[in-house]
Design a binder for this molecule. Structure first.
Ligand code: ASP
Length: 449
């Protein structure tokens, strides 16, 4: 008998999965997750125990995937920035750093202005011509315990702590606590002074940093293979737990948020790619798809960083020199989606409280959002702390932001996509300005045309 005919089905599945490009695998997982999530939600009334068990299973696999990504963040930032700065020989580092910061500030500023534009058009805080304060129950807003913990003792003075944390007293503690600005600063010093040693030590350091960085990228590649399972578990859990019911009362606010985020992602960023880098945006979306879907399911640009780096380097074809410096920096500093969201959320509440939205108020909020988005941690719902800080400026109680926390999951997932996509566009623009041939014959090795 020809044993080939009897080949077991898993082998066929394996062949199919190997042939299917990663972003298709993730996309299929994503669609399946929506179906599974709603199905789980559907059975939760008839058999709550089964639904609970399923949610716990999604949680288990989702957490494993996020942990695997998080495990890579500290060594990846450390070695990629260290090797990136060392590779520039310390000479071009100032130019690269200057360009990167300029790009990040300009694009986050534009994103904040899109937020202002959306609020002006949609007027989310006004319902039937009246400030929506009472309608939204803002007077009676009760604080949840976890929300209270998040914002406890936060004031505008905390903004200076963001800058103080750039020079950490203990770099190991900074890394352990996820204070990436401190880690970045130390890594820049390490890379820069590695080039200033005598040749024997300098060569060793360069090889060491570069080898460690390559090693981290290899592990990243391995973790990425599990992205379809991770995305499936994470998205199914969110849908099974929250569904879409809680969104209805805040429809206008959500229109302003999603309208702004989509405008940024599908209008502003393509314009940046076309005019600043002469790159076809469609190719770039295709190259970044795995990272974008991962950002959507993890709600954390830090956790997505390994994937972002892999996509920009191996699929878009940006050099390692640019990727390894621009992206870790971007994951921490450049948060377009967050800046935009902060603006819409704050102006929505300001308007709902009946405070007139004049030009100065709007621009002040945009600037505060830009500055605070730099300090916001790249983890889920981190921007709520910044929103509370800015609200305090208007005398609006922090409890008002609890309303936003209640429905933050989907906006958080979406703005994280904007955050990492903005970083990836930064890498492409800066690589182009350094004379690299992106999506040329040498690049886009895996990305579909
Ligand atoms: N979740 C966002 C990120 O990691 C941060 C935020 O806006 O809350 O990029």
């Amino acid at each position: 008998m020809d044993s080939g005919c009897l080949r077991p089905i898993p082998a066929c599945g394996e062949i199919l999965m190997r042939k299917l490009q990663l972003h298709w695998q993730i996309l299929i997982a994503f669609v399946l997750a929506i179906i599974i999530g709603f199905a789980t939600r559907g059975i939760s009334s008839s058999s709550p125990e089964l639904a609970e068990t399923l949610i716990q299973a999604y949680n288990f696999f989702g957490t494993l995937f996020i942990n695997a990504l998080k495990m890579l963040i500290v060594p990846l930032i450390f070695f990629s920035i260290g090797a990136g700065v060392a590779n520039t020989g310390g000479k071009n580092f100032g130019r690269l750093g200057g360009k990167t910061l300029l790009y990040y500030i300009c694009t986050s500023g534009l994103a904040a202005l899109i937020g202002v534009l959306m609020v002006t058009i949609v007027q989310p805080g006004i319902v039937d011509g009246q400030p929506a304060r009472e309608m939204l129950g803002l007077d009676r807003q009760e604080l949840g315990a976890s929300f209270q913990e998040r914002i406890e003792g936060k004031s505008f003075g905390d903004l200076k702590d963001v800058f103080i944390s750039m020079v950490p007293a203990n770099v190991v503690k900074a890394a352990a606590e996820g204070q990436m600005l401190g880690l970045i600063f130390f890594s820049i010093l390490l890379g820069f002074f590695s080039t200033k040693l005598d040749p024997q030590h300098s060569e060793f350091m360069l090889t060491f940093l570069e080898s460690m960085f390559q090693l981290m990228m290899r592990i990243t590649h391995f973790v990425m293979l599990f992205a379809p399972i991770g995305v499936l578990a994470l998205v199914a859990r969110v849908i099974a737990e929250t569904g879409f019911d809680s969104f209805v009362p805040l429809a206008k606010f959500l229109v302003a948020v999603f309208g702004g985020l989509l405008l940024h992602l599908f209008v502003m960023m393509p314009l940046v790619l076309v005019f600043a880098a002469r790159v076809n945006p469609l190719k770039h979306y295709a190259a970044m798809a795995p990272a974008m879907l991962t950002a959507f399911s993890t709600s954390s640009s830090a956790a997505t960083l390994p994937m972002t780096m892999d996509c920009v380097e191996n699929r878009a074809g940006v050099s390692n020199r640019v990727t390894s410096f621009v992206l870790p920096m971007g994951a921490t500093v450049n948060m377009d989606g967050t800046a935009l969201f902060e603006v819409v959320a704050v102006l929505f509440l300001v308007q709902a409280y009946g405070i007139p939205l004049d030009f100065v108020t709007m621009i002040t909020v945009a600037i505060l959002a830009l500055v605070t988005s730099i300090g916001v941690a790249a983890v889920p719902s981190a921007s709520l702390v910044a929103i509370v800080l800015i609200l305090g400026n208007f005398g609006i109680p922090a409890s008002a932001a609890a309303l936003i926390l209640a429905i933050d999951r989907l906006p958080d997932m979406t703005r994280t996509v904007n955050n990492i996509f903005g970083d990836s566009c930064g890498a492409v623009v800066i690589a182009k300005s350094e004379g690299e041939d992106i999506y040329g014959s040498g690049g886009a090795s895996e990305a579909p045309a």
